[in-house]
Design a protein around this ligand. Sequence first.
Ligand code: 6PG
Length: 251
Amino acid sequence: MPDPNIVVEKDAETLAATVAERLDEAIDEALRTRKEAHVVLTGGSMGEAVMKAWAARRSEHDWFNVNLWWGDERYVAADDDDRNDKQAADAGLTKLPVPSENIHRMPADDGTDVEDAAAEYAARLAEYAQSNTDGLSETPPVPTFDVVMLGMGADGHVASLFPQHPAQNSRGVVVAVEDSPKPPPTRLTLTFDALQNSREVWLVVAGEEKAEAIAAAPRKRDPWNLPVSNVHGVMGTTYFLDTAAAAQIDH
Ligand code: 6PG
Protein backbone atom coordinates (compact mmCIF):
# COMPACT_ATOMS: atom_id res chain seq x y z
CA MET A 1 0.00 0.00 0.00
CA PRO A 2 1.85 3.12 -1.21
CA ASP A 3 2.08 6.03 1.19
CA PRO A 4 -0.34 8.87 0.50
CA ASN A 5 0.78 12.15 -0.99
CA ILE A 6 0.59 14.87 1.62
CA VAL A 7 -0.46 18.47 0.86
CA VAL A 8 -0.53 20.87 3.79
CA GLU A 9 -2.01 24.38 3.80
CA LYS A 10 -2.08 26.89 6.64
CA ASP A 11 -5.82 26.86 7.23
CA ALA A 12 -9.08 25.30 6.08
CA GLU A 13 -9.96 28.11 3.65
CA THR A 14 -6.59 27.94 1.87
CA LEU A 15 -6.87 24.13 1.86
CA ALA A 16 -10.30 24.27 0.22
CA ALA A 17 -8.97 26.61 -2.49
CA THR A 18 -6.10 24.22 -3.22
CA VAL A 19 -8.43 21.23 -3.45
CA ALA A 20 -10.76 23.15 -5.79
CA GLU A 21 -7.83 24.00 -8.08
CA ARG A 22 -6.63 20.39 -8.11
CA LEU A 23 -10.19 19.23 -8.81
CA ASP A 24 -10.35 21.39 -11.93
CA GLU A 25 -7.01 19.92 -13.05
CA ALA A 26 -8.28 16.37 -12.50
CA ILE A 27 -11.49 17.09 -14.41
CA ASP A 28 -9.53 18.64 -17.30
CA GLU A 29 -7.36 15.51 -17.49
CA ALA A 30 -10.38 13.19 -17.37
CA LEU A 31 -12.23 15.10 -20.11
CA ARG A 32 -9.09 15.30 -22.25
CA THR A 33 -8.25 11.62 -22.03
CA ARG A 34 -11.56 9.89 -21.35
CA LYS A 35 -14.13 12.43 -22.55
CA GLU A 36 -16.02 12.16 -19.26
CA ALA A 37 -15.39 12.84 -15.59
CA HIS A 38 -16.92 11.27 -12.50
CA VAL A 39 -16.33 13.00 -9.18
CA VAL A 40 -17.62 11.90 -5.78
CA LEU A 41 -18.38 14.79 -3.42
CA THR A 42 -18.21 14.66 0.36
CA GLY A 43 -20.44 16.10 3.03
CA GLY A 44 -19.26 17.87 6.15
CA SER A 45 -17.70 21.28 6.64
CA MET A 46 -14.75 20.62 4.31
CA GLY A 47 -17.13 19.39 1.64
CA GLU A 48 -18.96 22.70 1.89
CA ALA A 49 -15.72 24.72 1.91
CA VAL A 50 -14.42 22.97 -1.22
CA MET A 51 -17.73 23.47 -3.03
CA LYS A 52 -17.68 27.19 -2.16
CA ALA A 53 -14.12 27.57 -3.44
CA TRP A 54 -14.81 25.47 -6.53
CA ALA A 55 -17.96 27.41 -7.50
CA ALA A 56 -16.07 30.69 -7.05
CA ARG A 57 -13.48 29.61 -9.66
CA ARG A 58 -16.11 29.65 -12.41
CA SER A 59 -14.00 27.11 -14.29
CA GLU A 60 -14.45 26.41 -17.99
CA HIS A 61 -15.11 22.69 -18.62
CA ASP A 62 -17.21 20.63 -21.01
CA TRP A 63 -19.62 20.43 -18.08
CA PHE A 64 -22.02 18.32 -20.13
CA ASN A 65 -19.63 15.40 -19.56
CA VAL A 66 -19.02 15.99 -15.87
CA ASN A 67 -20.91 13.75 -13.44
CA LEU A 68 -21.14 14.46 -9.72
CA TRP A 69 -21.98 11.81 -7.12
CA TRP A 70 -22.02 11.71 -3.32
CA GLY A 71 -20.06 9.38 -1.06
CA ASP A 72 -22.77 9.51 1.55
CA GLU A 73 -25.98 11.30 2.44
CA ARG A 74 -28.19 11.83 5.41
CA TYR A 75 -31.47 9.98 4.92
CA VAL A 76 -33.77 12.87 5.73
CA ALA A 77 -36.31 14.88 3.70
CA ALA A 78 -34.97 16.54 0.56
CA ASP A 79 -35.44 20.06 1.98
CA ASP A 80 -33.78 19.24 5.30
CA ASP A 81 -30.74 21.46 5.99
CA ASP A 82 -28.89 18.32 7.11
CA ARG A 83 -28.78 17.03 3.53
CA ASN A 84 -25.26 17.01 2.07
CA ASP A 85 -26.68 17.85 -1.37
CA LYS A 86 -28.59 20.84 0.05
CA GLN A 87 -25.45 22.07 1.83
CA ALA A 88 -23.57 21.70 -1.46
CA ALA A 89 -26.29 23.63 -3.33
CA ASP A 90 -26.20 26.40 -0.73
CA ALA A 91 -22.37 26.49 -0.98
CA GLY A 92 -22.44 27.09 -4.74
CA LEU A 93 -23.23 23.86 -6.60
CA THR A 94 -26.17 25.58 -8.27
CA LYS A 95 -23.71 28.06 -9.83
CA LEU A 96 -21.86 25.27 -11.66
CA PRO A 97 -23.22 24.68 -15.18
CA VAL A 98 -23.45 20.90 -14.63
CA PRO A 99 -26.60 19.54 -16.28
CA SER A 100 -29.10 18.55 -13.58
CA GLU A 101 -29.20 14.99 -14.91
CA ASN A 102 -25.47 14.75 -14.15
CA ILE A 103 -25.90 15.72 -10.51
CA HIS A 104 -26.61 12.32 -8.99
CA ARG A 105 -28.18 13.06 -5.62
CA MET A 106 -28.74 10.15 -3.27
CA PRO A 107 -32.44 9.49 -2.53
CA ALA A 108 -34.08 11.58 0.18
CA ASP A 109 -36.40 10.16 2.79
CA ASP A 110 -39.84 10.29 1.16
CA GLY A 111 -41.18 7.37 3.15
CA THR A 112 -39.26 4.81 1.08
CA ASP A 113 -37.46 2.19 3.13
CA VAL A 114 -33.79 3.17 3.47
CA GLU A 115 -32.66 -0.23 2.16
CA ASP A 116 -34.71 0.36 -0.99
CA ALA A 117 -33.17 3.82 -1.29
CA ALA A 118 -29.70 2.27 -1.15
CA ALA A 119 -30.66 -0.18 -3.90
CA GLU A 120 -32.01 2.70 -6.00
CA TYR A 121 -28.68 4.56 -5.88
CA ALA A 122 -26.74 1.37 -6.57
CA ALA A 123 -28.86 0.89 -9.69
CA ARG A 124 -28.08 4.46 -10.81
CA LEU A 125 -24.36 3.86 -10.32
CA ALA A 126 -24.58 0.61 -12.29
CA GLU A 127 -26.10 2.44 -15.26
CA TYR A 128 -22.81 4.34 -15.60
CA ALA A 129 -20.46 1.48 -14.81
CA GLN A 130 -19.98 0.16 -18.33
CA SER A 131 -19.46 3.63 -19.75
CA ASN A 132 -16.31 4.23 -17.78
CA THR A 133 -14.43 1.01 -17.23
CA ASP A 134 -10.87 1.10 -18.51
CA GLY A 135 -9.61 -2.39 -17.92
CA LEU A 136 -9.65 -2.26 -14.15
CA SER A 137 -10.38 -5.91 -13.42
CA GLU A 138 -13.09 -7.03 -10.99
CA THR A 139 -14.51 -3.54 -10.67
CA PRO A 140 -17.76 -3.20 -8.71
CA PRO A 141 -20.81 -2.03 -10.72
CA VAL A 142 -20.03 1.67 -10.38
CA PRO A 143 -18.28 4.18 -12.65
CA THR A 144 -14.50 4.22 -12.40
CA PHE A 145 -14.41 7.51 -10.57
CA ASP A 146 -11.71 10.05 -11.35
CA VAL A 147 -11.70 11.60 -7.88
CA VAL A 148 -13.39 10.49 -4.66
CA MET A 149 -13.26 13.31 -2.13
CA LEU A 150 -13.74 12.39 1.52
CA GLY A 151 -13.86 14.27 4.78
CA MET A 152 -12.87 12.42 7.95
CA GLY A 153 -14.21 12.43 11.48
CA ALA A 154 -11.93 12.53 14.54
CA ASP A 155 -12.79 8.83 14.98
CA GLY A 156 -11.43 8.10 11.50
CA HIS A 157 -14.80 7.62 9.80
CA VAL A 158 -15.11 8.45 6.12
CA ALA A 159 -18.39 8.95 4.26
CA SER A 160 -20.78 7.18 6.65
CA LEU A 161 -18.49 4.24 7.32
CA PHE A 162 -17.97 4.42 11.08
CA PRO A 163 -15.57 2.43 13.29
CA GLN A 164 -17.00 -0.89 14.49
CA HIS A 165 -20.35 -0.18 12.83
CA PRO A 166 -22.19 -3.22 11.42
CA ALA A 167 -22.94 -1.35 8.19
CA GLN A 168 -19.31 -2.03 7.29
CA ASN A 169 -20.23 -5.70 6.89
CA SER A 170 -23.01 -5.10 4.36
CA ARG A 171 -22.29 -6.27 0.82
CA GLY A 172 -22.78 -4.16 -2.28
CA VAL A 173 -21.83 -0.64 -3.33
CA VAL A 174 -24.40 1.45 -1.42
CA VAL A 175 -25.57 0.53 2.07
CA ALA A 176 -28.00 1.89 4.64
CA VAL A 177 -26.53 3.06 7.94
CA GLU A 178 -28.80 3.04 10.98
CA ASP A 179 -27.83 4.41 14.42
CA SER A 180 -25.01 6.49 12.99
CA PRO A 181 -22.84 7.85 15.84
CA LYS A 182 -22.81 11.16 13.95
CA PRO A 183 -26.30 12.63 13.66
CA PRO A 184 -28.61 12.33 11.88
CA PRO A 185 -28.88 8.63 12.66
CA THR A 186 -29.99 7.23 9.29
CA ARG A 187 -27.74 7.55 6.26
CA LEU A 188 -26.72 6.09 2.92
CA THR A 189 -23.08 5.47 2.13
CA LEU A 190 -20.91 4.09 -0.60
CA THR A 191 -19.00 1.04 0.59
CA PHE A 192 -15.23 0.68 0.64
CA ASP A 193 -15.41 -1.27 -2.65
CA ALA A 194 -17.23 1.59 -4.35
CA LEU A 195 -15.12 4.36 -2.80
CA GLN A 196 -11.91 2.65 -3.90
CA ASN A 197 -13.04 2.23 -7.51
CA SER A 198 -11.41 5.53 -8.22
CA ARG A 199 -8.23 6.73 -9.86
CA GLU A 200 -7.68 9.17 -7.02
CA VAL A 201 -8.92 9.22 -3.44
CA TRP A 202 -8.52 12.54 -1.65
CA LEU A 203 -8.92 13.01 2.11
CA VAL A 204 -9.71 16.66 2.88
CA VAL A 205 -9.13 17.11 6.62
CA ALA A 206 -8.79 20.16 8.85
CA GLY A 207 -8.54 20.61 12.62
CA GLU A 208 -6.26 19.40 15.41
CA GLU A 209 -8.88 16.90 16.60
CA LYS A 210 -8.24 14.95 13.37
CA ALA A 211 -4.43 14.81 13.68
CA GLU A 212 -4.17 11.45 15.48
CA ALA A 213 -6.48 9.50 13.16
CA ILE A 214 -5.04 10.86 9.90
CA ALA A 215 -1.48 10.16 11.12
CA ALA A 216 -2.45 6.55 12.00
CA ALA A 217 -4.20 5.91 8.66
CA PRO A 218 -1.16 5.07 6.47
CA ARG A 219 0.41 2.76 9.06
CA LYS A 220 -1.94 -0.23 8.83
CA ARG A 221 -5.17 -1.12 7.00
CA ASP A 222 -7.69 -1.55 9.80
CA PRO A 223 -11.13 -0.80 8.34
CA TRP A 224 -13.08 -2.04 11.38
CA ASN A 225 -11.36 0.31 13.79
CA LEU A 226 -10.08 3.01 11.43
CA PRO A 227 -12.10 3.29 8.22
CA VAL A 228 -9.84 6.03 6.81
CA SER A 229 -7.03 3.45 6.68
CA ASN A 230 -9.02 1.49 4.12
CA VAL A 231 -9.59 3.99 1.32
CA HIS A 232 -6.97 4.23 -1.42
CA GLY A 233 -7.12 5.30 -5.04
CA VAL A 234 -6.04 2.96 -7.86
CA MET A 235 -3.58 5.60 -9.13
CA GLY A 236 -2.99 7.49 -5.89
CA THR A 237 -4.19 8.78 -2.56
CA THR A 238 -3.68 12.32 -1.33
CA TYR A 239 -4.21 13.76 2.12
CA PHE A 240 -5.09 17.44 1.86
CA LEU A 241 -4.56 18.76 5.39
CA ASP A 242 -4.40 22.05 7.22
CA THR A 243 -1.42 22.58 9.53
CA ALA A 244 -3.42 21.54 12.60
CA ALA A 245 -4.52 18.21 11.13
CA ALA A 246 -0.96 17.54 9.88
CA ALA A 247 0.59 18.06 13.34
CA GLN A 248 1.51 14.35 13.76
CA ILE A 249 2.58 13.70 10.16
CA ASP A 250 6.11 14.28 8.79
CA HIS A 251 5.65 16.50 5.77
C1 6PG B 1 -21.19 13.43 6.58
C2 6PG B 1 -19.82 13.42 5.96
C3 6PG B 1 -18.80 12.94 6.93
C4 6PG B 1 -17.84 14.10 7.07
C5 6PG B 1 -16.90 13.91 8.24
C6 6PG B 1 -16.03 15.14 8.43
O1 6PG B 1 -22.16 13.20 5.87
O2 6PG B 1 -21.25 13.75 7.77
O3 6PG B 1 -19.74 12.83 4.77
O4 6PG B 1 -18.07 11.79 6.52
O5 6PG B 1 -17.09 14.24 5.85
O6 6PG B 1 -17.69 13.67 9.38
O7 6PG B 1 -16.87 16.23 8.64
P1 6PG B 1 -16.20 17.69 8.92
O8 6PG B 1 -15.37 18.00 7.72
O9 6PG B 1 -17.38 18.60 9.09
O10 6PG B 1 -15.38 17.53 10.18
